[in-house]
Design a protein around this ligand. Structure first.
Ligand code: AKB
Length: 315
């Protein structure tokens, strides 16, 4: 099969930066076009400036580069979203619908839509959360992703679009910094531990959340996109699990490597967001349909994070 020609929206974000490099390693530099409104990230070329609400520009980029697949990552995350709900809804949902319409109009092969554990809410069972459960999200980000999943399912059923989607846990990686999320603490904590041997956490000590390390989330994303069409039995977000931990537990894992590291707690508005999400996820459907299986545990991730961050930060 010929290499796909890929367009990534939101390529300057935490996941986008790493996914862009991985897809280029797999399919060739010129076959992966990065797009974003942030053009300040080094090493993203070939890059095109793209505001996701500008459909004319999106259409032109797709046609100019003969794009066959889109990874639509552009979105505003949970914490930032609460500061500007109407704008977040517009970017996250109207942005998606615009992309779906163009994929339909131009007959692209395949599209990836990242969903999130933020689709869950206070009415969702909190442990080993099953695939199909009540969704009553508390944040505008969660609302937009829940609605986005429904639109993906609708476009698949109605127009046959080949849409694939994962409900991402909090993503942790050394390559890039997250921005505007509730799970961001789990990246910041490693930077704090290495630079100052301390970290003040904006969630409380016992707030357990599903999390995933970057290599696993990249593998999972590429795996679902490479799976044969018949294997994909859900056209809304697949539950995806790797590890679940609390701030106290990640601090204990870091202390094994940096014994004088200290964590303190000062919960802010993000605590309420985190408390509305689930603690652990049942991802048996992803395991069965497209052989999902994560590789990293908390301690294995901590060792790898510290090793790479030390090099990156010249410590
Ligand atoms: C966030 O914290 O908003 C994101 C997410 C869980 O989708 N990392």
């Amino acid at each position: 099969m010929e290499n796909p020609k890929i367009l990534i929206t939101g390529a300057a974000g935490q996941l986008g930066q790493v996914l862009t490099q991985q897809l280029r390693a797999l399919y060739g530099n010129d076959n992966v076009i990065a797009t974003d409104i942030n053009s300040n990230i080094e090493g993203l070329a070939p890059f095109e400036y793209l505001d996701i609400l500008n459909l004319e520009r999106l259409r032109t980029i797709i046609q100019d580069h003969k794009i066959t697949q889109i990874y639509h990552l552009a979105a505003i995350l949970s914490a930032s979203g609460e500061r500007n709900p109407a704008f977040t809804w517009n970017i996250n949902l109207n942005g998606l619908i615009g992309v779906l319409d163009i994929v339909k109009e131009l007959g692209l092969d395949r599209i990836f839509f990242p969903s999130t554990i933020a689709v869950f809410g206070n009415t969702t069972p909190r442990e080993q959360t099953a695939q199909d459960v009540p969704l009553l999200p508390e944040t505008v980000y969660g609302m937009s992703k829940t609605a986005g999943e429904l639109w993906c399912n609708y476009y698949h059923k109605k127009y046959g679009l080949d849409i694939r989607s994962i409900r991402y846990p909090g993503v942790i990686g050394w390559q890039s910094l997250p921005e505007g999320g509730t799970t961001d603490y789990a990246v910041e904590i490693y930077h704090g531990a290495l630079k100052e041997k301390k970290y003040e956490c904006f969630l409380s000590a016992h707030t357990r959340l599903p999390m995933i390390y970057m290599p696993d989330v990249i593998n999972g994303t590429i795996q679902i996109m490479q799976a044969p069409k018949e294997a994909i039995t859900l056209r809304y977000g697949y539950n995806l699990a790797s590890m679940s931990f609390t701030p106290e537990e990640i601090a204990a894992s870091i202390k094994k490597e940096i014994p004088d590291f200290e964590i303190t707690y000062k919960p802010d508005f993000r605590q309420e967001i985190a408390a509305s999400w689930t603690e652990s996820i049942d991802d048996s459907k992803a395991r069965k349909d497209w052989n999902w299986s994560p590789d990293y545990t908390l301690d294995k991730m901590t060792k790898d994070m510290i090793f790479h961050l030390k090099q990156n930060l010249n410590l």
